[in-house]
Design a protein around this ligand. Structure first.
Ligand SMILES: NC(=O)C1=CN([C@@H]2O[C@H](COP(=O)(O)OP(=O)(O)OC[C@H]3O[C@@H](n4cnc5c(N)ncnc54)[C@H](OP(=O)(O)O)[C@@H]3O)[C@@H](O)[C@H]2O)C=CC1
Ligand SMILES: O=C(CO)COP(=O)(O)O
Ligand SMILES: [Zn+2]
Length: 346
């Protein structure tokens, strides 16, 4: 009988003003004395200082590492500062959470996920996306012991980041189609429950798209919960497959070649339009949902050139050894141009 281990967050705290409870949440988890906080230059000001105050009020001594990319160098930088810390807190967007997640796993330290926005579905997942010149790899790290999601901070984050989070969830549609295809053609390991949870979560966003508005607590909660449950799907699958397929390969390719890439979720959303077209599905419905939540649907809105879109489409299949609708040979230049044109992306 095949055995399986599913790692999930132990506690998920969501609500307004929760950031000030970070110290007591840590104590309740039996963490004391030393903590290491990872944040970015912006998120330090937005939430980092409050996290430090809360931890110091709970008698922690806090070390801080500021990083600006989700690279191995950043992970090393955090690991060098680990000292006697029992817990690493990632306070920020996706790249900060990935660096904290990876360095905590490498050093046998616990991890707390403190999202300052709802832009990506790595908040609760056990995998970290680490970047290098060669592209992006998805590495097994660990799930957070707790998530502390302060909806005041998330609600007040730039709406563009929240729309990007919606698009990262909408990408689940093509990710699941790619996963099913890979199961049929390559017999890859597949989980029906992870796949169903991922699809159902994407539906929550597309069916609720009309209600998603900037500044609303209710919208913030909907997006955050959708990102959490996508993370749970990733945990169940033990691979990012339920949330990352050809549309993500396209986004990772853009990150590699574009002069000024857009946000992760934004690129994945545009990728979903095109990959859904390749799957023969209802790509117009994907585009309309993205438009409703005010996420980009064109190269112009992403701020990348038509040429960069075409190039990313032609190299996307080389990014990872992950079978998708792009097949082994990927798209020819002509096919890529036709796809981007016929879906209105360029
Ligand atoms: N592990 C996983 O399963 C997953 C990982 N990812 C990864 O996550 C990353 C994408 O995450 P994303 O959050 O889009 O990008 P970033 O982490 O790059 O964050 C984007 C920007 O938003 C800023 N920011 C964050 N919160 C706030 C706020 N409250 N107010 C103002 N600015 C804020 C950040 O500040 P600062 O400069 O201070 O950091 C940063 O400049 C990618 O690297 C992607 O691969 C995505 C999905 C799943
Ligand atoms: O972005 C992700 C899911 O939304 C993580 O997936 P990757 O495996 O593509 O890094
Ligand atoms: Zn993603």
């Amino acid at each position: 009988m095949v055995t399986k281990k599913i790692q999930l967050p132990r506690e998920v705290h969501i609500g307004p003003g929760l950031i000030d409870n970070t110290g007591t949440i840590c104590n309740d988890l039996r963490f004391y004395n030393d903590a290491l906080m990872v944040c970015g230059p912006h998120t330090y000001k937005i939430a980092g200082k409050q996290v430090i105050d809360s931890l110091e009020n709970a008698d922690f001594s806090v070390e801080v590492v500021k990083v600006d990319s989700a690279t191995q160098e950043s992970v090393n930088q955090v690991e060098e500062k680990i000292g006697k810390a029992q817990v690493i807190l990632g306070v920020g967007g996706g790249k900060i959470i990935d660096v904290a997640k990876m360095s905590s796993a490498n050093t046998g330290t616990y991890f707390l996920s403190v999202p300052t926005t709802a832009s990506h579905d790595g908040i609760t997942s056990p995998l970290a996306s680490i970047k290098s010149d060669k592209g992006s790899v998805s590495i097994k790290a660990q799930s957070p012991m707790a998530v502390v999601a302060d909806t005041d901070i998330i609600r007040n984050s730039p709406y563009r980041l929240l729309a990007s989070g919606c698009a990262d969830v909408i990408a689940n549609y093509t990710a699941v189609l790619d996963w099913k295809l890979a199961k049929r053609l390559q017999n890859v390991s597949y989980s029906e429950s992870a796949s169903s949870l991922s699809q159902m979560t994407a539906k929550l966003i597309t069916q609720g798209a009309d209600q998603i508005k900037p500044g609303l607590e209710k919208s913030t909660r909907l997006i955050a919960k959708a990102l959490f449950s996508t993370g749970v799907a990733i945990s169940i699958a033990n691979t990012s497959r339920p949330a990352s397929g050809s549309e993500h390969l396209f986004s990772h390719a853009l990150d590699k070649i574009a002069e000024k890439p857009a946000l992760h979720g934004e690129q994945c959303g545009v990728g979903t339009i095109m990959m859904m077209n390749l799957h023969g599905g209802d790509w117009k419905c994907i585009r309309d949902s993205l438009q409703k939540v005010k996420a980009p649907t064109t190269a112009k809105e992403l701020g990348v050139s038509p040429e960069e879109i075409i190039e990313a489409l032609t190299i996307a299949h080389t990014i990872r050894d992950r079978y998708t609708i792009l097949g082994d040979r990927g798209l020819s230049r002509e096919a890529a141009e036709q796809l981007a044109t016929s879906t209105g992306v360029i």
